[in-house]
Ligand binder design. Sequence first.
Ligand SMILES: Nc1nc2c(ncn2[C@@H]2O[C@H](COP(=O)(O)OP(=O)(O)OP(=O)(O)O)[C@@H](O)[C@H]2O)c(=O)[nH]1
Ligand SMILES: [Mg+2]
Length: 373
Amino acid sequence: MHPVSQASAPQPRKAFLVGLVLGPQPGWVIEEHLDELAELVASAGAQVVGSALQRRPAPDAATFIGRGKAAAIAGEAQAAQADVVVFDDDLTGSQVKNLEEILKLQVMDRSALILEIFNQRARSREARTQVELAQLNYMLPRLTRRWGHLSRQEGGIGVRGGEGETQLEADRRVLRQRIRRLERDLGKIERTRAVQRRGREGVASVALAGYTNAGKSTLFNALTRAATPARSRLFATLDSKLRRGVVGDGRVAVFADTVGFIRKLPHHLVASFKSTLEEVTTADLVLHVVDRSHPRWEEQMRIAEGVLADLGVEPQRLLRVFNKSDLVAGEADRDGDLWVSARTGEGLAELRGAVARRLEKAGVLVPPVTVQS
Ligand SMILES: Nc1nc2c(ncn2[C@@H]2O[C@H](COP(=O)(O)OP(=O)(O)OP(=O)(O)O)[C@@H](O)[C@H]2O)c(=O)[nH]1
Ligand SMILES: [Mg+2]
C-alpha cells in the first residue's frame, strides 16, 4: 500500500515498532528513538502494541534487519495483533516488499509515517500541494514494490519489455506528470507569497521555528494574542501563519508560526515545504523555540539548528528561546539564556525586549524615540 491510500485507512491501527542498533551505537539511544517513533505513531492516530530491537554491524541489503530476526518479529507482531510494522529508518522498495512477505503484515518506514501525519494535518491548498508532492517523490523510486510479480526485472539484466514493465513505466510517467503539475502550482503559490512579502516591506519579520511540539504555536499566540490551535501532538502546524505582534515599546513586527522539525525529517518534505519554510529563510530574525523540559532537548536543539543551517539561516539571524520554563523547576544556570513560558507568560516581556534589540541591530527596526529633557 502506498502513502496516499494509507491516509484514508480506518483508524486506529495497531503498530509494531522495529529499530536497528548499528555497530557500536549504544542501545539506549535507539530505545529513545523508538520512544519518539511511538509518539509519531500515536500522532498518526495508531496504537503501539509492541517493539523490537536488533543489533547488527550493518543493515541487511535485502531485509534491513536479519532474515531470522524478521521471522521472529513476524510471530511477535502477529501475536500482538499488529496490522502494521513500522521501521525507525528508511527502507528501500525491495526491503519493504521482502519484509512484507516475511512478516505477512504491512510494512512502513519512518518517512512514510511522517508523510502520513503531514497528509492528515494538511488543510490549506498550499500544505496539501506540498504534502502530495513529497509523497509522490517518495513513491517514485519505490514503485517497483507494487509490482511484485515483476521482481525478475530488478535482477534480470537485459530483461526488457513485457506487459508489466510497460505498466510500471506508464505509472512512473503519470507520477512524473503529476509532480510537474504540483511543482507548477507551488511556483504560483510562491509568487503570490513573494508579492505579499513585498507588501510587508518596511515591517520587521520574526519567524518561530524549532522541533515539533516545542511550543511554537503557543508562543506565537502569546506574542500576537491570536488563536492558532496549539495541541500536544506532533506536527499540529503545517502552514505558516502570519500575525502582527508588539516587540518593544509598542513597535510592531510580523510574526510567522511554522511547521516543526524532527530527527530524520524526510528530505522530500523539506524540499516540498520550501514555500512554507520561506517565512523562515526570509525572516529578519528566527526565534529558535526549544522545549527545555523535554528529556532530549539538547538533541532536538541540535537537529533543529542543523535544519536551520541547511535552510541558510545564519547564526546572526538566530535567537534561541528556552520554552516551558514552568516545567523546569530550580534549573541552576539560567544566566545568559532566554527562558520563557508561553503558557504562563513568564519571560515574555524580556523576550519582546530581546527581539526588539536584535531587530534594531539588524537595522530593520527603528529605535524608540527618546525624549530629551
Ligand atoms: N507547560 C507548558 N506547556 C507548553 C508551553 N508551551 C507550549 N506548551 C504545550 O506544548 C504542546 C505543544 O505546543 P504547540 O504550541 O502546539 O507546539 P508547536 O511547536 O507549535 O508544535 P507543532 O506545530 O506540532 O510543531 C501543547 O500541549 C502546549 O500547550 C509552556 O510554556 N509550558
Ligand atoms: Mg504549531
